[in-house]
Ligand binder design. Structure first.
Ligand code: MG
Length: 389
């Protein structure tokens, strides 16, 4: 029996994970979970899975649920997230929270020797160097849940790392892939939230359209698979059938294919190295799909991808700045406070104005993350003030 802590249980990856756990009650059990806002769903999860610990978004929620479910412990905030992750009964932590909030619980879970199924890419982007080093020290495996990284991980099974040439990450192109740059100036939040292939959370859908998501995935792949940025390529593949590929020095290329169903990489990460039967498997037939397309990605159309490679190569805290600026800007766009293309401008401005500090430590990363958020938030506020005048 694998005992699971699920961080971000009420989101898109979270509910897919619950589905996988529910369909395999003899192998998986839910020990703890976290949620941020959705009390109704949290209640249903507690009733169904009877976890021992729940981390809530705030103290009021925790107090309310504590009166309803006397057999479960409740706590709020980031401390609650950490406690859910390091609970003594937990074997594996699946991190499905969005954004750098996933950072502390992931680090602490590794410290406590918990296996990590990583769906929170921001943690590796922010502090890949430290996270991977700690995982190595503690002999903790970090298994990818992101569909692209799961695909690469699957393609690399049983392969000789020395013979690896390249990772090829596929990109759907997001909501605005058919639009030219000049058409992007006045797009709305509603339009941005319609993804052609995947049904995902709001922030990642925006990130997918700006190609920041792919940029974060490139950095995530660099750390997970220890591959140079020059050996990572992104190709546009609008069908999202090939989840990613690898090429080897002998010219062979391996790809992993499947339907757009996040339960597949989730089940693989949770059952690794075994392969278990997918309950409620989605129909998938290549003859029915017929044709697959691959295109070179236009870097001028999607400048955030090129910037991700740049910050990745610069290393240090540059990826932290890229990620933090994006979190603030993407959320401001979702709140209707800035225009779509402002997301790119703020990320670029934050990266360009960043100066690296000497002898960077993990504590500095946390400070730089916070400072970037404050800085970009102040830029947005300042612009709002000017616009009101
Ligand atoms: Mg992905």
């Amino acid at each position: 029996m694998k005992k699971i802590s699920l961080l971000g249980a009420t989101g898109s990856i979270g509910t897919s994970t619950l589905d996988v756990i529910e369909n395999n009650p003899e192998v998986f059990s839910l020990v703890s979970f976290s949620f941020y806002k959705n009390m109704d769903l949290a209640r249903r999860i507690i009733q169904k899975f009877q976890p021992v610990f729940v981390a809530c978004g705030d103290v009021e929620q925790a107090a309310e649920l504590a009166t309803e479910f006397p057999n479960t412990s409740f706590r709020a905030g980031v401390d609650g997230l950490v406690e859910a992750a390091i609970h003594p009964e937990v074997d594996v932590v699946l991190t499905a929270v969005t954004g750098s909030i996933g950072f502390r619980p992931t680090i602490e879970a590794i410290d406590h020797g918990k296996e990590i199924c990583l769906a929170n890419k921001e943690t590796l982007v922010m502090a890949g160097q430290w996270v991977m080093q700690k995982a190595k020290e503690k002999q903790v495996s970090i298994l990818p849940v992101d569909s692209e990284h799961s695909a690469i991980f699957q393609c690399l099974q049983g392969q000789d790392k020395a013979g690896l040439r390249k990772l090829i990450i596929t990109a759907s192109g997001g909501s605005f892939r058919e639009k030219k740059r000049e058409e992007l100036a006045n797009v709305t939040v509603k339009e941005a939230l319609i993804h052609p292939n995947w049904s995902m959370g709001r922030k990642i859908t925006i990130d997918s359209s700006t190609m920041v998501n792919k940029g974060l995935e490139v950095i995530e792949a660099h750390w997970l698979f220890d591959v140079d940025y020059d050996d990572i390529e992104v190709v546009l593949h609008k069908e999202s059938i090939v989840h990613s590929m690898v090429t080897f020095e002998d010219g062979a290329m391996l790809a992993q294919l499947g339907p757009s169903d996040m339960r597949e990489p989730i089940l693989y990460a949770l059952s690794y190295p075994k392969r278990m039967k997918m309950v409620g498997e989605k129909h998938f037939s290549l003859p029915e799909i017929g044709t697959l397309h691959f295109e070179t990605l236009d870097e001028e159309r999607f400048p955030m991808l090129a910037l991700a490679f740049k910050v990745g190569k610069l290393g240090g805290s540059f990826p932290t700045v890229y990620n933090a600026a994006n979190e603030i800007a993407a959320n401001a766009f979702l709140e209707g406070r800035i225009h779509y293309l402002d997301i790119e401008s703020y990320i670029t401005k934050a990266v360009e104005s960043h100066e690296e500090i000497e002898d960077l430590q993990l504590e500095d990363i946390v400070k730089i993350d916070e400072a970037t958020r404050t800085l970009v938030s102040s830029w947005i506020l300042e612009k709002e003030r000017i616009c009101k005048r």
